[in-house]
Design a protein around this ligand. Structure first.
Ligand SMILES: Cc1cc2nc3c(=O)[nH]c(=O)nc-3n(C[C@H](O)[C@H](O)[C@H](O)COP(=O)(O)OP(=O)(O)OC[C@H]3O[C@@H](n4cnc5c(N)ncnc54)[C@H](O)[C@@H]3O)c2cc1C
Length: 394
C-alpha cells in the first residue's frame, strides 16, 4: 500500500510529525520498534516553550512545575535560584510520549508498534521502508525519527554518532512526603562530571537522576562519576539507586563551517536522529517537537504543490535552529571548560541564572544571552574573572 508520509520512530519527534500530518488529512503510517508506553532514559524536563508548540493540553502528564533550581558545585556550596513564574515541567517519558502517540492515532495516523524498520530504498517518485519481518511500505515522503544513533541518520546522512555526549541515568523511587522542600526545583551540579552536569529532576514517585558529559573528557568513567554523585549529594545519600541506563545525547555539531545536512530528496530527519539537541543543556524534547512540526509543515507544502524534495526544511533549520545551537555551543564552552570559575560567578551574580531562565522559557535566544554575558560581565571588576572572561569572550 502507498502512503503520503511514512514516519520511522514514535518518540516526541516522530509522533509530533505523524500527528500534524494526519491532522491535515494526509495518509500517514508510523512505526516504532517498541510497544508503548515504553521507557526512554531521559531527565524528562521540558522547557516552558514546549507548551506553545503543541495545540493540545499536556497538563495530564505533568508531574512537577519547575520554578528554578538548587545548584551545587561537586555536591556542595548549595545555591538556590528560584523564579516567581514557571520555567518548565517534569514529565515521565513513558506517559508523555504515549500522550503524543495517542494524539497521532486519534488524528488518523496508522500506528504500527513493535516493528523495526531495517532499511530504506529510494526511487524517483517514492521511498520504501523494509521492516524486520520482510514487509515493505512505500510513501511519497519519509520522516526519520529513530532517535540517537538511528539507522536513518547513520546510513543515509553520514551522521557521525561519535559526536555525542555520554550519559547515565536512573529512576530512584522515593517518598515525596520525606522531601517537602523540593517542590518546584531541579537540582543541578557542576564540576563533578567533565564538560557537562549532573541532575536530579523530581517526579511524583521517582527522582530522575543522571549526568551527561563530553565523551572524550569522561573517558569511559561515567559510572564512577555517577557513583560519586549519588554518594555525596545530600538529597541522594539516603536513597537506594537501582538499575542505571547508559545512553548517548546526540548534540548538535559542525565540521568547520559545514553544518549538518539532514534533508535530502524525499527524506527529512527530525529530533535526535538529526543531532538536533542543544549542546549546552542537552535539551532535546523541545527541538524534537519543534523540528518535527516544521518538517511536517514543509512536507505538507510539498505534497500539496507536487514538489519532490524537502530542501526548504534544511533552509529553515539553517536560519532558525542552527544559530540557536551555535549560541548554546558558546555558552557550553564558557561554562564547562571552567566550571569552578563559572560557579563562583553564579554565586556572586545569581541574576545571571534568572536571565538564563528566560532563554529556557523561549523569551531570549542563546546568542543574545551569550552577548549579554560578554558585554556585562566583562566590565565587572573581579580580578579573578577578568583574564578568564577576556580570553573566553574575545
Ligand atoms: C540521559 C538523558 C537525559 C535527557 N534529559 C532530557 C531532558 O531532561 N529534557 C530534554 O528536553 N531532553 C533530554 N534528553 C534528550 C531527549 O531524551 C531526546 O532529545 C528526545 O528523546 C528526542 O526525541 P526523539 O523522538 O527524537 O527520539 P526518541 O525519543 O529516542 O525516539 C526514537 C524512537 O525511535 C524508535 N526506533 C529506533 N530505531 C527504530 C527502527 N529502526 N525502527 C522503528 N523504530 C525505531 C525508538 O524505539 C524510539 O521510540 C535527555 C537524553 C538523555 C540520554
Amino acid at each position: 500500500m502507498s502512503y503520503d508520509v511514512a514516519v520511522v520512530g514514535l518518540g516526541p519527534a516522530g509522533a509530533t510529525a505523524a500527528y500534524y500530518l494526519a491532522s491535515e488529512g494526509f495518509k500517514v503510517i508510523a512505526f516504532d520498534k517498541e510497544r508503548f508506553p515504553r521507557y526512554k532514559p531521559c531527565g524528562g524536563c521540558i522547557s516552558l516553550k514546549v507548551e506553545g508548540l503543541l495545540d493540545f493540553d499536556i497538563s495530564p502528564v505533568v508531574e512537577e512545575t519547575i520554578r528554578g533550581a538548587v545548584f551545587t558545585y561537586r555536591s556542595g556550596r548549595e545555591l538556590e535560584i528560584l523564579s516567581d513564574t514557571p520555567v518548565g515541567y517534569n514529565v515521565m517519558r513513558d506517559s508523555f510520549d504515549d500522550l503524543i502517540l495517542k494524539k497521532a492515532s486519534a488524528a488518523g495516523a496508522e500506528i504500527i508498534e513493535g516493528c523495526r524498520i531495517r532499511r530504506m530504498s529510494e526511487d524517483r517518485d517514492s521511498v520504501t521502508l523494509h521492516t524486520d519481518s520482510g514487509d515493505t511500505y512505500s510513501a511519497r515522503f519519509i520522516i526519520g525519527a529513530d532517535g540517537a544513533a538511528g539507522f536513518m541518520g547513520r546510513e543515509h546522512f553520514a551522521i557521525d554518532v561519535k559526536e555525542s555526549a555520554v550519559s547515565i541515568t536512573a529512576e530512584i523511587p522515593y517518598e515525596r512526603s520525606r522531601f517537602p522542600d523540593i517542590e518546584g526545583r531541579l537540582f543541578i551540579d557542576f564540576g563533578l562530571v567533565p564538560h557537562g552536569y549532573a541532575w536530579i529532576f523530581p517526579k511524583k514517585e521517582y527522582l530522575s537522576v543522571g549526568m551527561a558529559g563530553e565523551a572524550m573528557k569522561v573517558r569511559g568513567n561515567i559510572k564512577d562519576y555517577f557513583n560519586t554523585f549519588v554518594q555525596t549529594h545530600d538529597l541522594l545519600k539516603t536513597l537506594k539507586v537501582g538499575k542505571t541506563a547508559g545512553w548517548t545525547v546526540p548534540i548538535f555539531y559542525e565540521r568547520g563551517s559545514t553544518t549538518l545536512q539532514v534533508a535530502r530528496g524525499r527524506v527529512a530527519l527530525v529530533g535526535d536522529t538529526g543531532h538536533l539537541v542543544d549542546p549546552f543543556l542537552g535539551e532535546g524534547i523541545y527541538y524534537a517537537i519543534r523540528t518535527a512540526k516544521a518538517a511536517a509543515s514543509f512536507t505538507a507544502d510539498s505534497l500539496r504543490s507536487g514538489a519532490s524534495d524537502l530542501e526548504s526544511y534544511q533552509s529553515w533549520l539553517e536560519s532558525e535552529i542552527y544559530p540557536e545551537f551555535k549560541g548554546a555551543g558558546k555558552i557550553s564552552s564558557l561554562v564547562y571548560k571552567y566550571p569552578r570559575l563559572w560557579y563562583k560567578l553564579l554565586e556572586q551574580e545569581p541574576d545571571i541564572m534568572n536571565r538564563y531562565y528566560d532563554v529556557v522559557r523561549g523569551k531570549e535566544s542563546n546568542g543574545s544571552f551569550y552577548q549579554w554575558i560578554r558585554t556585562n560581565m566583562r566590565s565587572k571588576p573581579w580580578k579573578v574573572f577578568k583574564g578568564w572572561l577576556n580570553s573566553k569572550l574575545a
